[in-house]
Design a protein around this ligand. Structure first.
Ligand SMILES: Nc1nc2c(ncn2[C@@H]2O[C@H](COP(=O)(O)OP(=O)(O)OP(=O)(O)O)[C@@H](O)[C@H]2O)c(=O)[nH]1
Length: 194
């Protein structure tokens, strides 16, 4: 097990948000943008937060922002840039569309961290969640190699890594739900009385 605060929090906030039709990380839930919710959940567990995005609007949050090195290569490209910018061996990598994530849930990943696993990810029912996960910095080289072959799929990358999956309790499914569409947002707002 690694010590708390030996991790970096990387939030991926690039991509097209085509299903939502507007920048997902800047959408509001309760009184705060998604990215702010996620950063606040990460904050007690990490040394530094890095947002990977080409959008300057994310500078308003006061975290370090880095721009994609490989453009338009999807989450694997974002992961590559985030890991390269990090100074820690182990890193939370979180998509910008899970605003209900909590520190308590994220700390379960941290408590399960082991040096020999490349990835520690959540699994809800039978669905693994590679964008609510810990990645070792060494995975950057593998991301680069994969992207150079033209393969962009994150699931393909994770399949090539040594991975541990942590089950999410049924009552916690809502906390890991991705909000990708206006319908998802409506449903979550309804579920949490927003
Ligand atoms: N930095 C970076 N992040 C990305 C990139 N593509 C996707 N992401 C992030 O990866 C996560 C998952 O992305 P998706 O939901 O699959 O894709 P999306 O482009 O955001 O949305 P859709 O266009 O609706 O598929 C989100 O947090 C995105 O912000 C990219 O090229 N660069």
């Amino acid at each position: 097990m690694t010590q708390k605060k030996e991790h970096t929090g990387i939030i991926l906030a690039g991509g097209k948000s085509s299903r939502m039709g507007e920048e997902k990380g800047l959408l509001f839930l309760h009184d705060k943008p998604f990215v702010r919710h996620i950063a606040e959940a990460l904050q007690p567990l990490v040394r530094e937060i890095i947002i990977v995005s080409d959008q300057e609007e994310y500078d308003q949050f006061g975290y370090k922002r880095v721009e994609d090195i490989f453009k338009d290569t999807g989450p694997v490209g974002g992961l590559y840039t985030g890991l390269l910018s990090s100074t820690t061996t182990s890193n939370f990598v979180i998509s910008c569309d899970v605003p209900l994530i909590t520190t308590a849930l994220l700390s379960k990943l941290q408590d399960s961290d082991e040096e020999h696993f490349d990835v520690i990810q959540f699994r809800a029912q039978d669905k693994s969640m590679p964008l609510i996960a810990l990645y070792k910095k060494r995975c950057a080289a593998i991301c680069k190699k994969q992207l150079e072959t033209g393969e962009r799929r994150l699931r393909k990358l994770v399949a090539s890594l040594s991975t541990k999956s942590i089950p999410v309790d049924e009552k916690e499914y809502i906390l890991v739900s991705n909000i990708n569409t206006p319908e998802d947002l409506k449903n979550v707002r309804y579920a949490i009385n927003d």
